[in-house]
Design a protein. Structure first.
Length: 176
């Protein structure tokens, strides 16, 4: 890992940890929104988004930018250290989930995010009504933003299904 990659990776991990901590804070409304902006300021919104997309497109293994190279190097060192996939996966899941929030969430107001929001919401409705879906935890039904983060995480770490394909399609169509 180069110095630049190390720096960028450290910031990604700090931001992901901050997002996890924020999840357990009781703050509501605008205060919560402002707090949620801190991780994005730490690392930069674009870097988080690119990190997630690097993971999604498996570019982590042939990545051309610093972000994806950092994530790849981090994953590799995790494997080399002898940790089993079983132990590594929950961590990978949490970080991927937090990064997925950066691709789309209901607080975003850019034209692309708003346009994508319609598709995400209708996918969420379909998904909620589907009694045959499998592989989703309860957390995904918390709200549309959590659904989005979970379906995107499933696209990376879990079994693909019609919802993960639809999510990939939405990311592509709206350039999230
Ligand atoms: Zn979340």
């Amino acid at each position: 890992m180069t110095k630049k990659q190390k720096k960028s990776l450290t910031r990604i991990i700090i931001a992901a940890l901050l997002m996890i901590i924020l999840k357990f804070l009781p703050a509501e409304g605008w205060l919560r929104f402002v707090l949620y902006m801190i991780p994005y300021l730490v690392v930069g919104y674009d870097i988080l988004r690119k990190a997630f997309k690097g993971i999604l497109n498996k570019q982590v293994f042939n990545g051309k930018n610093t972000t994806t190279q950092s994530v790849a190097a981090w994953a590799e060192s995790g494997y080399k250290s002898g940790h089993l996939t079983k132990t590594n996966k929950p961590v990978a899941h949490i970080i991927t989930h937090e990064l997925a929030h950066a691709t789309w969430n209901s607080n975003l107001s850019s034209p692309n995010a708003k346009a994508a929001g319609k598709s995400v919401n209708s996918l969420y409705k379909k998904w909620r009504a589907d009694k045959g879906k499998s592989g989703y935890g309860k957390y995904a039904s918390t709200n549309v933003s959590e659904f989005w983060a979970e379906v995107c995480t499933k696209a990376v770490h879990g079994k693909s299904d019609k919802y993960t394909s639809a999510a990939k399609g939405i990311i592509k169509k709206y350039k999230l």
